[in-house]
Design a binder for this molecule. Structure first.
Ligand code: ATP
Length: 254
């Protein structure tokens, strides 16, 4: 479980995060949603330790990311897997070399052990056949899968995904969401996904934190979100025709 307490961050006197607290439970898909510029990426970067908040606490299963010792912080970082926006693969490396990269950087495993682990992860995301291809030779959805395989190769306890569906068609997006959700469940990870995608909200949102102008103004799950009376959240979700249709059906008792 990851707990954040009263996270505050300003840039050049402008408040971007204004006292955000919340709990992201183990084995759950947690989503951070909100419109553009509302602080989602900055919050995610604070949670993974890429940006230091001005105030507040970030606890990984009780371990303090900000105020812990260097060893404690290193231990937490080793347990983090990250799927970056746009996948962030190395173009010059093959799929298997991309997935092996964290093992080369962070472990003393033998070449055989690394090959086994890479094979296992590629198999898990359904990409064994693409192992020797370059990222430019595979589709955007497959690139995301490579990103997921790389994110889980060190067997992380915590998985972070920044806009995993950006640039994907709706069908492929759903498959990527399902994969993230299955992996979270299988390995009992604490997963946090930053997204704009209403399909993800409905499909995998077990815990949803809605940010508005740097504040958490709502939290709940994909069942309760349709009944929220928070105007900024209603404006955000019901901009989607699919969500308006779901609300109509929901209100009619379907
Ligand atoms: N390093 C930085 N220095 C100064 N301002 C920053 C920095 N990083 C982010 N910001 C500002 O913080 C605000 C929130 O940005 P953030 O990227 O978190 O928004 P977001 O909700 O993730 O938006 P989007 O959905 O468009 O990615 C923006 O006004 C942005 O310009």
């Amino acid at each position: 479980m990851i707990e954040i307490k009263n996270i505050k961050k300003s840039f050049n006197g402008k408040t971007v995060l204004d006292g955000i607290s919340g709990r992201f439970e183990n084995g759950n898909n947690s989503l951070i949603i909100g419109s553009s510029g509302t602080g989602k990426s900055v919050l995610l970067k604070c949670i993974v330790g890429l940006i230091k908040p001005d105030e507040g606490q970030i606890l990984y299963d009780g371990r303090d990311l900000i105020n812990g010792t260097i060893q404690e912080r290193k231990a937490i970082r080793r347990e983090i897997g990250m799927l970056f926006q746009g996948s962030a693969l190395f173009d010059s490396k093959t799929v298997e070399e991309n997935v092996r990269f964290p093992l080369d950087m962070m472990t003393e495993m033998t070449p055989e052990e690394k090959a086994d682990r890479v094979h296992f992860c590629l198999k898990r995301v359904g990409l064994e056949a693409a192992a020797t291809k370059k990222p430019s030779e595979i589709s955007g959805g497959m690139q995301k899968r490579v990103g997921i395989a790389r994110a889980i190769v060190l067997n992380p306890k915590y998985l972070f995904c920044d806009e995993p569906n950006s640039g994907l068609d709706p069908q492929t997006s759903i498959k990527i969401d399902e994969l993230i959700s299955e992996i979270t469940d299988e390995y009992k990870m604490t997963t946090i996904v930053v997204t704009h995608d209403m399909n993800s909200v409905v499909g995998i949102g077990e815990y949803i934190m809605f940010l508005y102008q740097g504040r958490k103004v709502w939290e709940g799950d994909n069942q309760s979100i349709l009944n929220s009376d928070v105007t900024s959240l209603q404006d955000f979700i019901f901009a989607s025709k699919m969500m308006r249709s779901m609300k109509t059906l929901h209100d009619k008792g379907f």
